[in-house]
Design a protein around this ligand. Structure first.
Ligand SMILES: [Mg+2]
Length: 411
């Protein structure tokens, strides 16, 4: 195999630790150290949990009643994507200080092209990784794990290997030592089925994986396997998506792993897909105007419904309402389903959205921001210290707008 030098290429992967739960703890210090569960749109299932909640056996996708039985002392909170989006944007603005070339991979994960960064900052990668972690913790109030290596996948595995709040730097010459301790099932893109197949060929570690002969790899995992082998060997084949094109659609769909008539189960799956879709829209600062909801019947027949939103939006409330509307028109009590999904189309950039005439979208974000500020101030100085109108004036001044106008808040 070709020998890789230490830094033929340099990529950093930044991954927030238990992001949604950490966001909640960041605005409510009283939650620190308590198990936190963040719930889906209809409060049906756990979509995220803190490390302490995980230690109690709570898993993502678990129905709320089950989680409450396991950990009645935990805090159960409704997801608030506008707020998570705000913290996510703060995170990425910190990353942009280090390099203009960053990829927003998800709401809480990003890559930085580190080529040339070391000489620019005159610091070793280890120190840069620690500084990124410390800046995010100081300015956003949450912890992240950082991995720096020569390819995208190695950087991701590096950050994963030392969670939470860790820095891991893997230069080319240390790749093999790093891979020797990693199970094939922990390679991104190797799911349960692929891992089982590899085990049959006596391949258990990531190090054994990169030594699979190309012809065998082609047979076992096809082109995907060959790309993984190269990336893991330190040969960068996957670049960063620094300026991704506007997607035509964003889909979240999955088989439910069983055939069911349960309305509750299908709803739970749909609400989970909704959360993941909204988190992607918020992370990438995109809006959708139309939601396609579909159910896959036990016969594999697909049935779908299109719901048009009042305006381009990434609001969880609006999108969840659209999904619910679609679901109601599709679901029949006498049928069995094996899968479901949602597809957002008519995608636009949030930044280029024209202000809507009736202020519908503003009302969404204003309500959230206002409530956050009210909570913060009232927490510090006692309840009802300030009225909503006062806060808005304070906020307006801070932003140094030239014109102040009276605000009417419908509640
Ligand atoms: Mg994460």
């Amino acid at each position: 195999m070709k020998m890789v030098t230490n830094w033929p290429n340099a990529i950093a992967h930044i991954d927030c630790d238990a992001f949604y739960a950490s966001c909640e703890a960041a605005r409510r210090p009283d939650l620190k150290g308590r198990p936190i569960c963040v719930l889906s749109s209809q409060n049906a299932i756990v979509v995220a949990k803190s490390y302490d909640a995980k230690a109690l056996g709570i898993t993502t996708g678990m129905p709320v009643w089950e989680a409450k039985k396991l950990a009645p002392q935990a805090e159960f909170l409704a997801a608030d994507f506008r707020y998570y989006g705000q913290l996510s944007h703060k995170l990425f603005s910190i990353l942009r200080r280090y390099s203009p070339d960053i990829e927003v991979y998800s709401i809480d994960e990003g890559f930085i092209d580190m080529n040339g960064i070391r000489t620019l900052w005159r610091k070793p990668f280890r120190q840069l990784a620690d500084e990124i972690r410390q800046s995010v913790e100081r300015e956003v109030g949450i912890t992240v794990s950082v991995g720096i290596s020569v390819t995208r996948i190695l950087a991701k595995m590096a950050s994963e290997s030392n969670k939470p709040n860790g820095s891991t730097v893997i230069p080319g010459k240390r790749i093999e030592r790093f891979l020797a301790d990693i199970a094939v099932s922990d390679i991104p893109g190797i799911g349960r089925n692929r891992a089982a197949l590899l085990h049959k060929f006596n391949i258990h570690t990531a190090l054994q994986f990169i030594h699979i002969e190309e012809s065998l790899m082609q047979r076992l995992l096809g082109r995907h396997g060959l790309i993984l082998k190269q990336e893991l060997s330190g040969i960068a084949v996957m670049g960063l998506e620094v300026n991704p094109p506007l997607p035509k659609s964003i889909a979240r769909t999955a088989s439910m792993g069983e055939v069911t008539k349960s309305r509750q189960l299908v709803t739970a799956h749909l609400s989970y897909h909704t959360m993941r879709l909204v988190s992607e829209l918020v992370a990438k600062q995109l809006f959708t105007r139309r939601i396609h909801v579909f159910l896959t019947l036990s016969t594999f027949e697909k049935r779908g419904a299109d719901i048009r939103l009042d305006l381009p939006s990434s609001s969880l409330r609006r999108i969840a309402a659209a999904v619910k509307e679609g679901f109601i028109t599709l679901f029949r009590v006498d049928e069995s389903y094996r899968g479901c999904g949602i597809v957002a189309t008519h995608i636009s950039r949030a930044a280029s959205a024209t202000p809507d005439l009736f202020g519908l979208s503003k009302e969404d974000s204003r309500q959230t921001e206002l409530m956050l500020t009210v909570n913060r101030i009232n927490k510090r100085y006692g309840d009802c210290t300030v009225s909503l109108a006062t806060i808005q004036t304070v906020k307006e001044k801070k932003r140094r707008v030239r014109f102040c106008y009276p605000l009417f808040i419908a509640s």
